[in-house]
Design a protein around this ligand. Structure first.
Ligand SMILES: [Zn+2]
Length: 252
């Protein structure tokens, strides 16, 4: 029986990657993003396809986004509140109703045992087949975009959590004693990368992705001119839209 990604992505993906429901695997994806809006920009079209295909999706937003404004008069709490509401509305545009915020201070995310432990716990609890996150490697993406240090830290610590911490019970054994069991993530998909090896056709969900971005009112001032430029940038030809990723199959 064909299930999961193969159904929606066709021959781009091999049958062996379908979640094996009989073996306790589920159509479940965890999206770990540094800031409110990153998931929608990086993977919104793909996530909309997955949710339409019955996947259970959770967004885990690591920082509070509190520095995402030019309005110096706005208080810290006001900005955090606005950005959380925007992220919840935005996620709903791509079919995601499960959004968790870890609340680390925006712009101040560093590798730490505390961050590693929380990511390990979140992944062990949700038990995703696929994890989507930032590619931690590029400081500069395509020689065009400076990759925010929060993005790099989020991707780096997510990968460190996936291998081998979440798999092996001796890492953070307190989880095991609370009934939070080890887990294996099968597929890791990274956005914001210089090493694209996997593209998803999001033509059918491009409108959902644009709606999701528009929902971040405090971040983007979308005029119709800007929207058509974005659409043009994403469109390769003949109104075909794609999201580009670095994809790793985790066999161990
Ligand atoms: Zn960001």
């Amino acid at each position: 029986m064909r299930t999961g990604l193969e159904d929606i992505l066709g021959e781009q993906i091999s049958g062996e990657l379908n979640p094996d429901m009989d073996n306790g695997e589920y159509k479940r994806a965890l999206v770990i993003a540094a800031h409110p809006d990153d998931a929608d920009l990086g993977v919104g079209g793909t996530i909309s396809k997955l949710s339409l295909n019955g996947w259970e999706i959770r967004y885990l937003i690591v920082t509070d986004g509190a520095k995402g404004t030019n309005d110096i008069k706005k208080t810290y709490d006001e900005i955090v509140n606005i950005r959380q509401k925007e992220q919840i509305s935005s996620a709903a545009c791509t079919g995601v109703t499960d959004v968790k915020f870890l609340g680390y201070p925006d712009g101040e995310l560093y590798s730490s045992k505390d961050l590693r432990q929380i990511l390990v716990k979140e992944i062990r609890e949700f038990r995703p087949f696929t994890v989507y996150t930032h590619d931690p490697e590029p400081i500069l993406i395509n020689n065009q975009i400076v990759n925010h240090s929060d993005h790099r830290t989020t991707g780096f610590e997510t990968i460190n959590a996936i291998y081998p911490s979440i798999r092996d019970p001796k890492y953070f054994p307190e989880h095991f004693h609370k009934g939070i069991l080890p887990h294996k993530v099968r597929e890791l998909i990274l956005w914001g990368t210089n090493n694209v090896n996997y593209e998803v056709d999001i033509t059918s969900t491009i409108k959902d992705k644009l709606r999701a971005l528009i929902a971040h009112e405090s971040q983007f001032d979308f005029t119709s001119k800007k929207l058509s430029k974005i659409a043009k940038d994403w469109s390769k030809s003949n109104k075909k839209f794609t999201e580009a990723f670095r994809r790793i199959i985790i066999s161990e």
